[in-house]
Design a protein around this ligand. Structure first.
Ligand SMILES: NC(=O)c1ccc[n+]([C@@H]2O[C@H](COP(=O)([O-])OP(=O)(O)OC[C@H]3O[C@@H](n4cnc5c(N)ncnc54)[C@H](O)[C@@H]3O)[C@@H](O)[C@H]2O)c1
Length: 254
C-alpha cells in the first residue's frame, strides 16, 4: 500500500474504460476514495459501482466543483486522464483540432485553475497528467494528437517547476501503445508503431504508483521511450530521418 494515497480523495477523468478505469481501480485498491468521471454516464457508474467509488459523469473540463463536493470538500489527487486520439494531418477539420486542444490541453488547465487555490493554501496536492509518448516524441499520422499532447506535457512540466516548492506534486505519464479502445481506433498507424509493444492499462497504473513512491515527475511505462527522447534532443535531424522512415513504411503499407 502507498501511504500517500490511503484515504486520499482522488478524481480520475475518462475513467469509464481503458487507462482511466485501471487508474481508478488501483487507487481504490490502495485505499483511496475515488471519483469516477466519464462523458459516458453508464460507463462511469459501472466502474464506480465495481470499486465502491462515486460516479461524477460529464465533460472532464468542468467537474472539479462537483467532484470536490462528492469527496466531502477536498480533492487530494486529480488525474487528468480523458483524452481524444485525434488523427489526421494539417488538413484535419478545424473542429478536430479544436476538440483535441479543448480536452487534451485546456481541460487540464481548467482543472488546475479550479484546484490550485486550495492546494496552495493547504501546501499539498497531486496532479497526474495522462500525456503520451506522443507528447515527448510524436505520433505518425496524428498531427492534432501529437501537437496537443506536447501541450499537455508542457503544461504538466510548467505546473511542476512553478509550484513544487509549495507542495504540488505532478506526474506526467507518457506511454506508447496501451491496449484500450483508443489503440483499437488508431488504425494502421497504431498497428504499425503502437501495437507491437503495447502494454495493458494495469501496467500504466503500476508505473504511476512506482513513480508516486519515488516522487518522480516523468512516468515511462515503456522505459525505452527515455532513449528515444534523448536521441530526439541530441540529434534532431537523425531522429526526424528515422521517423520519416517509419512514415514511408506506413504509407507503403496502406
Ligand atoms: N491507449 C493508448 O495507446 C494510449 C497511449 C498513450 C496515452 N494515452 C492516453 O491515455 C488517456 C486515456 O486513453 P485510453 O486509451 O484509456 O482511451 P479510451 O478511449 O479507452 O478511454 C477514454 C475514456 O474517456 C472518456 N471521455 C472521452 N471524452 C471525454 C470527456 N470530454 N470527458 C470525460 N471523459 C471523456 C471516454 O468515454 C472513454 O471512456 C488519453 O489521454 C490518451 O491520450 C493512450
Amino acid at each position: 500500500m502507498v501511504e500517500a494515497v490511503q484515504d486520499a480523495g482522488v478524481v480520475v477523468t475518462g475513467a469509464g474504460g481503458g487507462i482511466g478505469a485501471a487508474l481508478a481501480r488501483r487507487f481504490a485498491a490502495e485505499g483511496a476514495r475515488v471519483v469516477v468521471n466519464d462523458l459516458d454516464a453508464d460507463r462511469a457508474k459501472a466502474v464506480a459501482g465495481e470499486i465502491g467509488g462515486i460516479a461524477v459523469p460529464g465533460d472532464a473540463s468542468a467537474i472539479v466543483a462537483e467532484a470536490r463536493d462528492a469527496l466531502g470538500g477536498t480533492v487530494d489527487v486529480y488525474c487528468a486522464n480523458a483524452g481524444l486520439g485525434s488523427g489526421g494531418t494539417e488538413a484535419a477539420e478545424e473542429e478536430v483540432w479544436a476538440k483535441a486542444w479543448d480536452l487534451n490541453v485546456m481541460a487540464h488547465v481548467r482543472a488546475a485553475r479550479a484546484l490550485l487555490p486550495d492546494w496552495l493554501e493547504r501546501g499539498e496536492g497531486r496532479f497526474v497528467s495522462t500525456v503520451s509518448a506522443a507528447g515527448l516524441l510524436t505520433m505518425i499520422g496524428a498531427a492534432p494528437y501529437s501537437v496537443t499532447k506536447h501541450g499537455a506535457f508542457a503544461f504538466a512540466e510548467w505546473l511542476s517547476l512553478t509550484y513544487r516548492h509549495r507542495g504540488l506534486k505532478v506526474h506526467a505519464i507518457c506511454p506508447q501503445g496501451v491496449r484500450t479502445d483508443m489503440l483499437t481506433a488508431s488504425g494502421s498507424a497504431g498497428e504499425l508503431v503502437l501495437a507491437p509493444t503495447a502494454i495493458d492499462p494495469e501496467d500504466v497504473a503500476d508505473a504511476l504508483f512506482e513513480g508516486i513512491e519515488n516522487n518522480r515527475f516523468l512516468i515511462l511505462p515503456h522505459p525505452e521511450v527515455a532513449g528515444y527522447y534523448r536521441a530526439r534532443a541530441a540529434e534532431p535531424d537523425r531522429w526526424l530521418a528515422g521517423m520519416n522512415h517509419i512514415q514511408q513504411k506506413w504509407e507503403a503499407g496502406r
